[in-house]
Design a protein around this ligand. Sequence first.
Ligand code: ADP
Length: 270
Amino acid sequence: MAVDEAVRGQVNVREAPWYHPTGNEVALFEQCHARGLAVMLKGPTGCGKTRFIEHMAWKLGRPLITIPCHDDLAASDLIGRFLIQHNGTVWQDGPLTRAVREGAICYLDEVVEARQDTVVVLHALTDHRRLLPIDKTGETLQAAPGFQLVVSYNPGYQRMLKDLKPSTRQRFVSMDLDFPPPEQEVRIVQHESGLDEATAKGLVALAERIRQLRDRGLAEVPSTRLLIAAGALAVSGIDLREACQAAIVSPLSDEPSMVAALRDLVDATF
Ligand code: ADP
């Protein structure tokens, strides 16, 4: 994979990404940043981890480099590689190296997806020395001021198949970001979708009911992101139940009896 394909976005976040705090996470993150501590954002998919880090990068005035992790991601995708050109070979920094040089916040999304040998390259950056050895060039970089390593981790997801080594986990300060409490989730759904308060309350109540099915055969529960999608469809004129079917029920299950149970909950709510 080409290095640039590994990077979802290098954003100099200029406009404030709207973020509704659900606890003390902003102050905690600011302290971690000031002390150069690596942070693990723990929480289910779609609960606001990415929005939070975008907001914090903006608030702290740091560039944000996001790397979506997957099981093909090699250490060289993070660090860089020599490229062959007509007049010889040139070194090209990978996104992690760029972040280290520029003093950016480097956000590795779903770090558990990355191979262990790839994750290991992060270790020296989480020490107090904050170093990045680049074997291929013989350089060892000292992270620029402002550099911070942040990873996201979904605790429930594929826990049986993949997990982070304890030796990796212990290098991060961990922040738990779960779905927001109902009143706050209503405000987030309203803000992000443009939905009226009563309908947003209905969607959040529906989500609360469906989330109780987590231990009864439903592998993934509806995220704030799905509620926003349903809300946005409803705002654009799609019938509310149809919007719930398309944005909430169908993404969560293919199993006919579970789909029927979810539909019943939609009908009971609206
Ligand atoms: P994650 O990275 O945890 O998968 P995202 O950050 O992409 O989730 O969140 C999905 C969407 O939910 C965001 O795009 C945003 O619209 C909304 N969202 C969730 N939580 C919040 C929050 N606390 N403040 C603002 N928006 C939020």
